[in-house]
Design a binder for this molecule. Structure first.
Ligand code: ATP
Length: 481
């Protein structure tokens, strides 16, 4: 049966969705419209040049994988870029994945798939390229993850420096295995891939293999099903540097743990480097055999923690510099203050912001940043924002925002200012530092003083108490008794 472009693209979207974050999917793939399928070439329409470039920079692998799965390796992707939104005129921008100079998806994936084996030339391998490919054993490193673009801070210093030592002397330091752990989106994959890339670039004779535990498990199950166990094990025993991501995923999978134990022992004894990541420290890994856990502790275990404000600012700056995009410092600080959960979320916000700016042809300023944050960061939605508090306070007292945030020490400004600070502390999750930032850059001792003053006034000044209660009611907040 002949496939139509919509069906093919919908199937591609399924593959893509599984491989990227939900927010990125919404931002970058939902706006795409499939418009043609002819001679195994799928044409998709994208809203702007920037959009196309972003897809090319960031999603070329996943696009290629999806096209491979749907149209086979001969399949091609072509972009049609909308150049005049008003007239809906399209300029067919022909980007043929395998041949475009920039869009090297096909060749890149192939190169990457085979790099490991190619590096082993001269090394007696029992496998041919096609064996690896048909077994789907070879994984690849993402070359974008490097030490250069990994920002160092107190939150990751030990992990980074141990990683760097291992990258320079794989298998030689006592950091074997190197186990990095930490919460979601804090840079574990980035760091271990940076180690892998560094080794690949500096010691090209080493066979570096990056694999997620999930993929390892699936490969193992496939090998069992297809009677390929010998090939599976032999393949892993050839590795010089094994990077295995998210080992918590092995929990409860007894047989996978057994084969991994065997591979681990063999590699370790042969002086090969093992690098692992997990979402918690080894002692808290449930469902893993004790003998594996004790081996995980042989080398060095280091954690990655939530980055502090300065590190978050540096990460945003680096990201923008890489993309060649300018955002006013105030907006950078605002974003770093507002998104303090993890770095992936922070990156998601920046990407959405850039997309919004590009799609709507707007400058990235505070207003756009606020709007974008309101739409995508849940906790901003759940609680009242400092801006909303400030707005209600100035309305209540008949002041301007500048007067509220300004330096004047006149009583008619100071008391409303202190009340607004108090409400921000009571009803938002912002830190004292962050509140200070929203009130004209005041330091945290000034904020503590303001809160203390309001607490004192609440006991004696009925007028202040009534004002606070009225503002709380208007904002539908819990009222202070
Ligand atoms: N210190 C850092 N400097 C620059 N970018 C960072 C840093 N830490 C994390 N990132 C970026 O944040 C994003 C999320 O990081 P990564 O995927 O490595 O997290 P993770 O800890 O492996 O998360 P998960 O547990 O969900 O797999 C990546 O795009 C990564 O490049």
């Amino acid at each position: 049966m002949l496939k139509d472009c919509k069906t093919v693209w919908n199937n591609c979207l399924k593959v893509i969705r599984e491989n990227i974050a939900e927010q990125s999917f919404k931002t970058w793939f939902e706006p795409i419209v499939p418009i043609r399928l002819f001679n195994n070439v799928l044409t998709i329409q994208v809203p702007s040049q920037f959009f196309y470039e972003w897809l090319e920079e960031h999603y070329v692998h996943v696009l290629r994988t999806a096209i491979d799965a749907e149209l086979g390796v001969e399949g091609r992707l072509e972009y049609s870029i909308v150049i005049d939104k008003g007239n809906e005129k399209n300029k067919p921008y022909v980007i043929n994945i395998p041949t475009s100079s920039k869009t090297t998806a096909n060749s890149m994936v192939k190169e990457n798939r085979y790099t490991n084996t190619a590096q082993n030339e001269g090394y007696k391998s029992p496998f041919e390229l096609r064996d690896l490919d048909s077994l789907h054993l070879a994984s690849y490193l993402n070359p974008h993850y490097t030490f250069d673009n990994f920002i160092e801070g107190d939150c990751n210093r030990l992990a980074r420096s141990a990683g760097y030592a291992v990258a320079n002397k794989p298998g030689v330091t006592s950091f074997n295995p190197l186990m990095l752990y930490g919460g979601v989106g804090l840079g574990k994959t980035h760091l271990v891939q940076a180690i892998g890339n560094h080794i690949k670039n500096t010691a090209s004779n080493k066979f570096v293999l990056y694999v997620s535990s999930e993929k390892f498990t699936n490969q193992f199950i496939d090998a069992l099903k297809n009677n390929n166990m010998q090939n599976f094990t032999n393949f892993y025993l050839q590795v010089d540097v094994l990077v295995i991501d998210d080992v918590q995923f092995l929990a409860g999978k007894e047989r996978t743990q057994e084969i991994f134990f065997h591979i681990f022992n063999h590699l370790h004894q042969a002086g090969k480097q093992i690098i692992m990541t997990s979402d918690c420290p080894p002692r808290e890994l449930k469902g893993l055999q004790d003998r594996l856990l004790s081996r995980f502790k042989w080398g060095l275990t280091a954690d990655l923690q939530q980055p502090d404000l300065e590190t978050r600012i540096a990460i945003i700056q680096k990201k923008l510099q890489t993309e060649g995009i300018f955002i006013p410092p105030m907006v950078i600080e605002y974003l770093a203050h507002s998104v303090d959960t993890n770095i992936r979320e922070l990156e998601g916000v920046i990407v959405s912001l850039m997309a919004q700016a590009s799609l709507n042809r707007k400058e990235i300023d505070m207003d756009l940043a606020r709007q974008t944050l309101q739409n995508i960061v849940q906790h901003v939605d759940k609680e009242v924002s400092i801006e909303a508090i400030q707005k209600k306070v100035v309305d209540h007292f008949g002041l301007s925002l500048e007067e509220l945030k300004g330096k004047s020490r006149r009583k008619e400004y100071v008391i409303p200012r202190q009340i607004a600070v108090y409400l921000a502390k009571e009803h938002t999750e912002h830190s004292l530092k962050s509140i200070g930032y929203h009130f004209g850059g005041r330091d945290h001792s000034t904020i503590i003083h303001a809160i203390q003053s309001v607490n004192d006034m609440l006991k004696t000044e009925q007028e202040v108490k009534s004002a606070i209660q009225a503002i709380q009611k208007q904002l539908k907040l819990k009222v202070t008794k």
